[in-house]
Design a binder for this molecule. Structure first.
Ligand code: BEZ
Ligand code: FE
Length: 291
């Protein structure tokens, strides 16, 4: 097109897409261009603002590496990651929620009843539940990849004081679908603020806090993989998660358990917990791949 104007530039872009382009790629790119062009026109974007946006993206690229994924953080802070979760959620299963940038692959297998708390201070938290399908039938051999922060609010990849896989582990459930482990109560923490994600929060007077949570990825053959997290009902940031990850069905309640009631078998800590402890029961529901 020779006489490109602000009224025909979107059609010009669509016209440039080659005939043999993958149809889904065409659909996604065409919609992206329509929305981006409409956005520029709606806000009368200035050159300075456009440059600022490009600078933010370049900064995100510079600050990212194998362990730091600033583009993911920007997507999280803008609510895009959560929206992608929501449009891909199939009713009936446990809601999915943001993966976040701190999952590490290769976590060690942990047996049923494993203790992730180890020498860390604080009350023992026993977390357990059943992995089921939407009819309520336990799913044998499902795996649960679990990760959380240490009591200082840092993931192992952020904290030189921790071993690589501290507070990380993968448990495989048996015929009853049951998972169970002990850990400590997760804490609220701030997402990293030393990059463009932080600049975005600062400029818009937002805080960086996430309510306390336990992350997990549940996999089972024939089922959709579930990436999610569970949150504590009493957390002060539950209604203002910086990355929009909270869903009603992901809110759990800690039960305060009196001293002397910790199960005397089935856990690494059986026979070793003297004081009061915390318990959370949380079942996880997977939907079939073809649902
Ligand atoms: C997290 O929960 O690990 C997380 C999620 C999104 C952004 C930063 C951290
Ligand atoms: Fe997290």
């Amino acid at each position: 097109m020779r006489n490109v104007t602000k009224d025909n530039i979107t059609d010009a872009f669509l016209g440039y897409i080659g005939k043999d382009t993958d149809p889904r790629l065409r659909e996604v790119l065409a919609a992206l261009a329509r929305h981006l062009h409409a956005f520029v026109k709606e806000v009368d974007l200035t050159h300075a603002e456009w440059e600022k946006g490009i600078e933010m993206l370049e900064w995100a690229g510079e600050i990212s590496d194998k362990e730091r994924h600033e583009m993911v953080l920007l997507s999280d802070l803008l609510g895009v990651s959560s929206l992608v979760d929501m449009v891909n959620t199939v009713p009936g299963g446990t809601s999915s929620s943001v993966l976040g940038p701190f999952h590490i692959s290769g976590a060690p297998p942990i047996p049923l009843g494993f203790d992730m708390k180890r020498h860390y201070p604080g009350k023992v938290l026993l977390a357990q539940g059943v992995v089921r399908d939407i009819e309520g039938v336990p799913i044998q051999d499902a795996t649960i990849d679990i990760w959380q922060t240490a009591p200082n609010g840092l993931y192992s990849s952020q904290d030189p004081e921790q071993d690589t896989y501290s507070f990380h582990g993968i448990q495989t459930v048996g015929a009853d679908g049951r998972y169970a482990f002990t850990t400590i109560k997760p804490v609220s923490y701030e997402v990293p603020t030393d990059g463009p994600g932080g600049a975005l929060l600062y400029a818009t007077k937002r805080h960086a806090w996430r309510p306390s949570h336990l992350h997990f990825i549940v996999k089972a053959e024939g089922y959709r993989t579930l990436v999610s997290e569970i949150f504590a009902a009493d957390d002060p940031y539950l209604d203002q998660d910086a990355v929009f990850g909270v869903r009603e069905d992901l809110v759990m309640h800690y039960q305060d358990m009196p001293a002397g009631t910790f199960p005397n078998q089935g856990f690494d800590l059986s026979g070793k917990v003297e004081g009061s402890w915390l318990k959370v029961d949380f079942d996880l529901t997977l939907v079939r791949e073809d649902d």
